[in-house]
Each structure stands twice: as structure tokens, then as C-alpha cells.
Design a protein around this ligand. Structure first.
Ligand SMILES: Cc1ncc(COP(=O)(O)O)c(C=O)c1O
Length: 486
């Protein structure tokens, strides 16, 4: 008899599994027993867990089976070359940024980018100039970048070497990349796209075009987020626009940022995801998108529910279900899990986000509709009252952050904690990251504004999951100590 008291991690995972939730979160597989192709991986999980010996090739210097697999991968991705990455798109992002930019280069960066981009900027001491996203007012949501915003910021920072965009966003919002790519081409800028949430795009013409198709120099795609790959599987795509020297440098950093002992089961799961989707993706996504359209239509009939789609966003990934509700997202998330055995990907403000894949059954999708309908009737009074609640505008809608220090500089500065109400105008020592989605609200070295403070207060009142690095108490923020500013 196994003593699970001494196996807390395994026990926790087992407990979660035994809840038998309908899962609408990463990874993009649903442990599908019905798909025959996956059985070769499941049955051989431990047997496939090998190292670099005769016949198994080497991820860092591929010549044989990995090289052949990457060749097929690049054909599927529409790239000049695609590299497997076993440390997620976090490492793919590092490799493309380090490979193409030099220390202290200026870069034009979408402000609502993932923390891995901020980490790369910090490590390489890049100078970021922020591209501010369009706001989706109905959802209080930062979204895509327009050509005019790129041109505006580039004019102010003509020395910039690259544009770093996130498309699609966590919410499935895609930037219309073609005109931006053309602009970058004309002005000698690299276009690097964090496409972590868009790995599935090349597998169906009904999905938005991938960034390799619309002109990026390089892109990172997380296979594990939307495709049936094990967690941490990512692919770094390199386009025909890059020279041999540039690709050589990217390959170098691709080695630097990854384990020297890559997991073969993980690599094999990425290969299978590519193969399976090449064989079946077109048909599967047609069925899924059909089901999603019906689900959205039904959901829109529940009064108070709002659905993010092409009405608000010109290019949208319909496999991402973003639902606005009158009740706070964190509360809805909890009710769905506890009372209806549904786990969404994340909640924020008054929204819920679900990641839908071809492996979700019709019944699972319908369960979302039935649950929301039931929650609405059980909580009718509050539902109607809170429909009228207005949230303060998102801080990214009104200001470009002012950066006094780099994140690295702040590591050497003295800190003090002040009450939130006294923090306006001070320089933050804190990184505040609502997680997920992992997009920093405030970075160390930035000036704290009233907008940031009211967003922070709102997040706290909604019990949102905020990652913080220093401040322990909820009502305080760590700032640069008075009198120590240089
Ligand atoms: C937009 C974006 N980029 C990059 C990443 C990092 O990807 P990974 O988890 O594959 O390392 C994430 C993770 O959530 C993300 O949302």
C-alpha cells in the first residue's frame, strides 16, 4: 500500500485527476485515450526516456533523427528552419532575442508582453520603448498593435533594432502583422513574434495566419499550450529573411538556454503533435470551430454574458473562449470548479478564459453553457446588480510607463515598504505580475502611478493571484528608499 502522505506532489495530482473535471486549460491535450496515435507515447513513456547514444541523435547538434524530425517540423511551420525547444517558449524567446540583438540595443516592445520578454530585456540590458496596445473597451483588455502606433514610437526611437510583438495574446487577439512586417522590412527592423499561444495556426486554413506566413523574422510557439504535446514543448521558427550568420547565433543561444539533457518523451510528443495535426488538423478544427460557434450563440442568450470575438477584434483565434460575466472572474472560476467540475484556464477582472482544443467533446463544451446558465439563476440578484458595476480603466489604456532604473539596477538599491495610498510617484522595487497571464502590471524601476494603484487595489479586492517579489503585506508596496535615488 502506497503511503501518499509522503508523496504530497503525486497525491495532489492524483486528487486533481480524480475530481474528473472538464479541463479547458493547458496543456492542449486532454490525455485522450481514444486517439490511437498517442498510445505509442503513453505505453513507452519510460522506455523512450533515454539519452544521447548511438541512434538517438543530439538536440544541440542534430544530424540524424532529430534533424529529420526538425526538417518535417519546418515544412509544417512554413519556416526556413524550426528548432525544438524543451524549455518552453520562455527559452525560445530568449534564444531569438539574444541571437539577433546586442547589449543595450533599443527595441520597440508591445507593453502587454509576457514576463519572459521582460526577462530577456533585463538580461541583455536592452532599452525598451513601449508600443501601447489598442484597448477592447467592453472587456477592459489590452489587445493588438496598430501600424500607426509602431510608426509613432519608431519615429521617437529611430535607433531601434527590432520590434517584439505578442500575437496572439493570451486572449486569442491577433495583430494584423503583414503591414507591420512590411514596415519593419522597409526600416531595417527585425520583427520577432512571441506566438506562444498560436502553435495550432498552421494546421487549419480556418485559423488566423501564422506569423511565419505574415512576415516575422522569427517566432516562438508553445506546442504545449494548444497542441497535444507534453508541457514545456516549444518550437523556435526562423524565416527565410534571416542570414546564415543570424541563424548561427540563434542556434548558439538555443543551446545556451536549454538543458543539456533534453527529454526525449517531450520531443517525441511534439513530433506526434505535428504529425497528428498534419494528418487530422483541418477536419478537427472545422468540427471544433463549428461547435464553438454554436456554444457562443447559446452563451450570448444568457443575459449579462459577454463574448469576445470578431465583433471587437478584427483577427481573433476562435478556439479561445473569453467570457465576460457580471460576477468577478475569480469567484466564477471557484464556483465552476467546486460545483460544476469545470476548470477554466484563468480568470481575471470579470472574465473567464477557456482554451478549447479539438479534443474537447461536444458534451464538455455544452457543460460550460449549462453551468453558466445555472450560476446565473442561482445568483440572479447579485448577477443583475453587478451587471452595472464599472471597473476603472486598465492602466495600459492611459499611460506609457516611466522607467527610472533597469530591473537589474534595482537589485542593488535599498528598499522600503510604503502603504499603497502613499506609493504614488515613488519608484517601484516590486514586480507585480497577475498570473496567469504573466503580463507584468508594474516593473521594478518604474514610477508608480495612480492608475497602477487603482488597478492593484481592484486586483486585491478580487483576490486575484498576484505574483510579487518583495512586499509581504497586501496593502503595501516595496519602493526605492527615500534619499537613495541617484
Ligand atoms: C504570451 C506568452 N509568451 C510566452 C510564454 C512562455 O511560454 P512557456 O510557458 O512555453 O515557456 C507564455 C506563457 O504563458 C505566454 O503567455
Amino acid at each position: 500500500m502506497m503511503n501518499y502522505d509522503r508523496l504530497p506532489l503525486i497525491k495532489g495530482l492524483k486528487d486533481y485527476m480524480e475530481e474528473k473535471n472538464a479541463r479547458f486549460h493547458m496543456p492542449g491535450h486532454r490525455n485522450e485515450d481514444s486517439v490511437e496515435e498517442f498510445s505509442v507515447l503513453k505505453e513507452n513513456l519510460y522506455r523512450f526516456d533515454v539519452t544521447e547514444v548511438e541512434g538517438t541523435d543530439n538536440l544541440h547538434y542534430p544530424e540524424e533523427i532529430i534533424a529529420r524530425s526538425q526538417k518535417l517540423l519546418s515544412e509544417a511551420m512554413g519556416s526556413r528552419e524550426s528548432l525544438y525547444c524543451i524549455n518552453g517558449s520562455t527559452a525560445s524567446n530568449y534564444a531569438m532575442i539574444f541571437g539577433l540583438l546586442k547589449r543595450e540595443d533599443t527595441v520597440l516592445v508591445q507593453r502587454n508582453c509576457h514576463q519572459s520578454i521582460y526577462h530577456a530585456i533585463s538580461l541583455l540590458e536592452l532599452k525598451p520603448a513601449y508600443l501601447m496596445p489598442e484597448m477592447i473597451k467592453e472587456f477592459n483588455l489590452p489587445s493588438f498593435i496598430t501600424l500607426s502606433e509602431l510608426a509613432r514610437v519608431h519615429e521617437a526611437y529611430p535607433e531601434a533594432k527590432a520590434v517584439i510583438l505578442t500575437s496572439p495574446t493570451y486572449h486569442g487577439i491577433v495583430t494584423d502583422l503583414s503591414p507591420l512586417a512590411e514596415y519593419c522590412e522597409r526600416h531595417g527592423l527585425y520583427l520577432l513574434v512571441d506566438e506562444a499561444h498560436g502553435a495550432h495556426f498552421p494546421f487549419s486554413p480556418l485559423l488566423p495566419d501564422s506569423s511565419m506566413k505574415t512576415g516575422a523574422h522569427a517566432s516562438s510557439v508553445s506546442f504545449h499550450k494548444t497542441l497535444p504535446s507534453l508541457t514545456q514543448g516549444s518550437v523556435l521558427n526562423l524565416s527565410e529573411k534571416l542570414t546564415e550568420d543570424e541563424i548561427y547565433r540563434i542556434r548558439h543561444y538555443h543551446r545556451v538556454f536549454q538543458s543539456s539533457s533534453p527529454s526525449y518523451p517531450l520531443l517525441a510528443s511534439m513530433e506526434m503533435a505535428r504529425y497528428y495535426m498534419e494528418e487530422n488538423g483541418e477536419a478537427l478544427y472545422r468540427i471544433l470551430l463549428d461547435r464553438v460557434a454554436r456554444l457562443k450563440k447559446d452563451l450570448k442568450n444568457i443575459s449579462g454574458i459577454r463574448i469576445l470575438d470578431k465583433e471587437q477584434v478584427p483577427i481573433f483565434d476562435e478556439t479561445r473562449l473569453v467570457i465576460g460575466t457580471p460576477l468577478p472572474g475569480a469567484e466564477m472560476d471557484r464556483i465552476l470548479r467546486e460545483e460544476y467540475h469545470i476548470q477554466c484556464e484563468m480568470s481575471e477582472g470579470r472574465s473567464l478564459i477557456f482554451i478549447l482544443t479539438p479534443f474537447d467533446t461536444q458534451k464538455d463544451l455544452e457543460s460550460i453553457f449549462h453551468a453558466l446558465k445555472s450560476i446565473r439563476s442561482k445568483h440572479e440578484k447579485r448577477w443583475l446588480e453587478e451587471e452595472e458595476v464599472e471597473e476603472p480603466p486598465h492602466p495600459m489604456s492611459s499611460h506609457t510607463p516611466v522607467r527610472r532604473y533597469t530591473e537589474d539596477d534595482t537589485l542593488y538599491l535599498p528598499a522600503e515598504e510604503v502603504l499603497l495610498k502613499d506609493a504614488s510617484g515613488r519608484v517601484s522595487m516590486e514586480k507585480v505580475v497577475p498570473y496567469p497571464p504573466g503580463i507584468p502590471l508594474l516593473l521594478p524601476g518604474e514610477v508608480i502611478t495612480e492608475e497602477i494603484l487603482s488597478a492593484l487595489t481592484l486586483y486585491l479586492s478580487q483576490n486575484a493571484n498576484l505574483l510579487k517579489t518583495r512586499s509581504i503585506r497586501k496593502d503595501r508596496l516595496s519602493v526605492v528608499k527615500e534619499g537613495s535615488m541617484q
